[in-house]
Design a protein around this ligand. Structure first.
Ligand SMILES: [Zn+2]
Ligand SMILES: [Zn+2]
Length: 146
């Protein structure tokens, strides 16, 4: 499932500009790689696909952080503590179903967050957000392993 279907490069450039971020060549390359990929990528995969050297991983992380604060990037945490990244539409909220074998991800069109934020509100919290991802083994992978 392509994550960038509805996201245009021009929208992304506009969004970055609004957040006061310059579109450098590195940033443009990273955005292109994310748009072309049909699945979320790890920072190191991004670095390789963008043709950056292994010493550039810090740069990749720094730019991903900037993208995230601009609201164009979603971070997908994996069970092993690593993470994947995909482009997202501004203000989009959804959860992922992630295969722990092949790291295929699908969007789950369901959110149980209301209960969580109601509870958090009763404890006096504001600006409440939540991260909830669901892990399993996809049909393809469970067939492959028998
Ligand atoms: Zn799988
Ligand atoms: Zn939710």
């Amino acid at each position: 499932m392509a994550s960038a279907d509805t996201t245009e490069l021009s929208d992304i450039l506009e969004r970055l500009k609004q957040c006061g971020l310059r579109m450098t060549r590195n940033r443009q390359k990273l955005v292109e790689v994310l748009m072309e990929s049909d699945r979320p990528l790890s920072a190191d995969e991004l670095r390789q696909e963008a043709g950056f050297s292994s010493t550039d991983l810090v740069t990749v992380y720094r730019n991903l952080e900037a993208f995230q604060s601009a609201g164009i990037l979603q971070r997908i945490p994996l069970e092993n503590g690593s993470q994947l990244f995909e482009l997202t539409d501004l203000g989009d909220h959804y959860h992922h179903l992630i295969c722990r074998e092949c790291h295929k991800t699908e969007r789950l069109e369901v959110c149980l967050g209301e209960q969580l934020s109601e509870k958090a509100k009763t404890l006096g919290y504001s600006k409440i957000a939540h991260v909830l991802e669901v892990y399993g083994i996809c049909r393809q992978c469970s067939t492959a392993t028998g």
